[in-house]
Design a binder for this molecule. Structure first.
Ligand SMILES: Cc1cc2nc3c(=O)[nH]c(=O)nc-3n(C[C@H](O)[C@H](O)[C@H](O)COP(=O)(O)OP(=O)(O)OC[C@H]3O[C@@H](n4cnc5c(N)ncnc54)[C@H](O)[C@@H]3O)c2cc1C
Length: 445
């Protein structure tokens, strides 16, 4: 399901220019001068990921005249992935799942550049920018208009390159077209990747329209959805899509494709069993095979079989951004930024990274939203400490974390260490946690 309007976050140089936006009465002139002044350090935050929205709240609590902070991210909001399957299921509105970053920027006195980083040279402390369609310029859904930057005015010039004293990277995992196609030919043309999540959310709305049109034109047709990838995200989306399509009166058949011999492979066996049993209850078929090619109306599997598919959702194959490859930063074997216990690059002390884009050298860790969120406060403190040459704090993530897999919006499975539980009460619990989390970013003028 390729949409020619969609920005390709995997390639460079394909964007229309959009803009640089100032908040908190900063002007173009101050921007130009402060970045060059000796006494004022420039901090660039790359990406409004789960960790950086926490950093913004830290910066608001510790506003510093000697620190000039710029956030570079393409969208005027951060999509909270934990609630996205609930949006797909029709339970939440799009705005319920979006953190409006403008009030956070204003509170922290941080400038926003609506662009993406397309290149980084850590040896010269410079980043390259690529401007393109963003929430600010393309409110292509009814809900994003709620987050248009009314209090932010555009700058005339748009720098192609910026230098920094301090850099923090929280740009998440990506699914670049070139990489997807190399693994599964046809994936970018015929598949619906779940990243960038903002694009996925918008295209889900189109997918529902497509499903309804097919049902109207072909009475009796059962809309076939294949979700490739049976990790927690693929599972949650399979349940959510079933519910969402039913709600729109579309007869659908959902198939989950698992390349691993078990679903939810990162979870204990008790969780895997519960997930499988609930998939059966909801008549979601699980096929244990690897998807090798995606076509417009079917996909091929490595066992020689093909599956009919009106909509192929790609919930696998997330990877590190390829623009990091030539950055000069120390990277792990998969291209993630290597950091120490201070969330600081092991090769460049003026670069920090957290969330999916980073790998800690001193410990094994999950790559998920919970881990990214928890790193945020310490990342913020360490950026402030580093700006004033103070000692850094070690970030020690909790050994256990509560994980909840939603199975539509009437059932969920919780996991803590070896323990698991399920039921509609677990779903209500998750709903409350997620709504409270979102409420913590709500600001009234
Ligand atoms: C549908 C879905 C459901 C999920 N559910 C859960 C869940 O329930 N629990 C859980 O723990 N995890 C969940 N995850 C995983 C979770 O979303 C990620 O682990 C988490 O988002 C990682 O956070 P992050 O801060 O690293 O990056 P992200 O949250 O991905 O944020 C990255 C930010 O960087 C911006 N960006 C990207 N590229 C650039 C660039 N080149 N330049 C500038 N900015 C850029 C993006 O626009 C975004 O603002 C889910 C994922 C998906 C897709």
């Amino acid at each position: 399901m390729k949409n020619s309007q969609d920005p390709d976050f995997g390639a460079t140089g394909q964007f229309e220019l959009t803009g640089v936006y100032f908040v908190d009465k900063k002007t173009d002139a101050t921007f130009a001068t402060t970045l060059g002044m000796e006494s004022i350090k420039s901090l660039i935050l790359l990406g409004a990921g789960h960790a950086h929205v926490q950093v913004l709240t830290q910066l608001a609590k510790n506003r510093r005249a000697d620190l000039d902070v710029t956030l570079i991210t393409p969208w005027a909001y951060q999509t909270y992935s934990g609630m996205t399957p609930g949006y797909v299921a029709g339970h939440y509105a799009q705005s319920d799942c979006q953190i409006n970053i403008e009030p956070l920027l204003r509170e922290a006195g941080v400038r926003w550049i609506s662009a993406r980083c397309s290149g980084l040279d850590a040896n010269t402390s410079s980043i390259m920018l690529d401007y393109g369609p963003s929430a600010a310029s393309t409110p292509n859904s009814q809900d994003t208009a709620a987050h248009s930057p009314q209090h932010i005015s555009p700058l005339v010039s748009r720098p192609a390159m910026l230098t920094y004293n301090l850099l923090s990277i929280d740009t998440g995992s990506v699914m670049e077209r070139r990489v997807l196609d190399a693994r599964m030919p046809g994936a970018s043309e015929h598949g619906l990747p779940i990243r960038p999540i903002e694009q996925f959310v918008n295209r889900w709305t189109q997918a529902i329209q497509q499903a309804k049109a097919k049902a109207a034109n072909h009475p009796g047709h059962v809309f076939q959805v294949c979700v490739v990838g049976a990790g927690a995200t693929g599972i949650e989306l399979a349940f959510g899509m079933r519910q969402g399509l039913l709600q729109h009166g579309v007869a659908a058949r959902i198939t989950l494709i698992s390349a691993t011999p078990v679903v939810a492979a990162n979870f204990p066996t008790s969780v895997q069993k519960k997930v499988l049993a609930h998939l059966r209850r909801k008549q979601i078929e699980v096929v244990f095979a690897q998807c090798t090619q995606v076509h417009s109306d079917h996909l091929d599997l490595d066992n020689g079989n093909s599956l009919a598919s009106d909509l192929t959702v790609l919930a696998n194959g997330a990877h590190a951004p390829t623009w990091l490859a030539h950055s000069g930063l120390a990277l792990d074997e998969h291209g993630h930024v290597l950091t120490n216990k201070h969330l600081q690059s092991t090769s460049h002390p003026n670069v920090f990274a957290a969330g999916d884009v980073a790998t800690r050298v001193d410990m094994a860790h999950a790559r998920n939203g919970v881990f990214a969120v928890r790193a945020g406060p310490n990342l913020g403190l360490n950026l402030l400490a580093s700006a004033s040459d103070q000692p850094l704090n070690a970030h020690t993530p909790r050994a256990q974390s509560l994980n909840i897999i939603s199975c539509g919006t009437d059932h969920a499975i919780a996991n803590w260490g070896r323990f698991s539980a399920e039921g509609s009460w677990v779903w209500r619990w998750k709903d409350r946690i997620d709504r409270d989390y979102m409420a913590s970013f709500h600001r009234t003028d």
